[in-house]
Design a binder for this molecule. Structure first.
Ligand code: PXP
Length: 261
């Protein structure tokens, strides 16, 4: 293994705590508390906390966002749809970052990236308003060259590449698709970084699939939720975060061109 990623390009881990709130909401009440989970994740080495305030409030709620902002000493990345309601919440609560995501009521999770090519005229003022409020804006997008071009043209400083298709290929154990999807992520990350975009990635990543994505030196942040909260059932959240961190650090020492183990 030949190390490539310079230490200055340390890969950050954003822990998504949505599904702690999913569990809480299953019984009403206040337990388990996503804010307490965020504090545990911080102690275990998370670099940031991510939470998705959905229109239907199916997991994270408005008061969680306010408490995450006030009580947790890590940058908060608010995932949100580009709607007037969410923009006004973001401008009021001022998270460190806002990640614009597509949102469909009937979906189980965010199923694909934002269409920033067709939707560019809708997104332009939203990005402008969030940036004017001092919030770092990222766009959750498919890993495609044309999409990187559109993000740069829109003036978004960050893109988060959707890793869901790659993650599905890993679950299916389909090595051709795994290699093709990883290559698609690598090409998009390189193109986006060359355009001056900061590159993040996430969705569906697990300790088993994170390594080859962590190996892409242009990617500076991963946002991971479902696998961490699931692993936490068996080993506790602190241990789940530490194990993910180790898998990321190990992956970071691989070269991006190295065959996927
Ligand atoms: N990034 C974004 C933009 C997301 O919408 C999600 C899911 O909420 C994630 C990352 C994390 O995905 P997962 O929960 O599958 O790790």
């Amino acid at each position: 293994m030949s190390p490539t990623a310079s230490p200055s390009r340390r890969l950050r881990l954003g822990v998504n705590i949505d599904h702690v709130a999913t569990l809480r909401n299953a019984r009403g009440g206040s337990y388990p508390c996503p804010v307490a989970a965020a504090k545990l994740a911080a102690e275990a080495g998370a670099d940031g906390i991510t939470a998705h305030l959905r229109e239907d409030r199916r997991h994270i709620r408005d008061e969680d966002i306010a408490r995450l902002r006030a009580e947790v000493g890590l940058p908060l990345n608010l995932e949100m749809a580009a709607t007037p309601e969410m923009v006004s919440i973001a401008v009021r609560t001022k998270p460190h970052a806002a990640c614009l995501v597509p949102e469909k009521r009937e979906e189980r999770t965010t199923e694909g990236g934002l269409d920033i090519i067709l939707g560019r005229e809708h997104l332009r003022p939203v990005i402008g308003e969030l940036k004017a409020a001092g919030i770092r804006v990222s766009l959750f997008v498919e890993p495609e060259r044309a999409v990187m071009d559109a993000a740069a043209e829109l003036g978004a400083p960050v893109v988060e590449l959707h890793t869901g298709t790659y993650a599905h290929a890993v679950i299916d154990g389909d090595s051709d698709r795994i290699a093709a999807e990883r290559q698609r992520l690598l090409a998009a990350a390189r193109h986006g970084a060359a355009l001056g975009l900061e590159i993040h990635a996430g969705h569906g990543l697990t300790v088993h699939s994170v390594g080859p994505i962590a190996a892409i030196a242009e990617i500076l942040e991963l946002n991971i939720g479902h696998a961490l909260i699931s692993d936490a059932i068996f080993v506790g959240l602190g241990e789940a975060v530490r194990t993910m961190r180790l898998a990321m650090d190990e992956g970071r020492t691989m070269t991006a061109a190295q065959p996927i183990p």
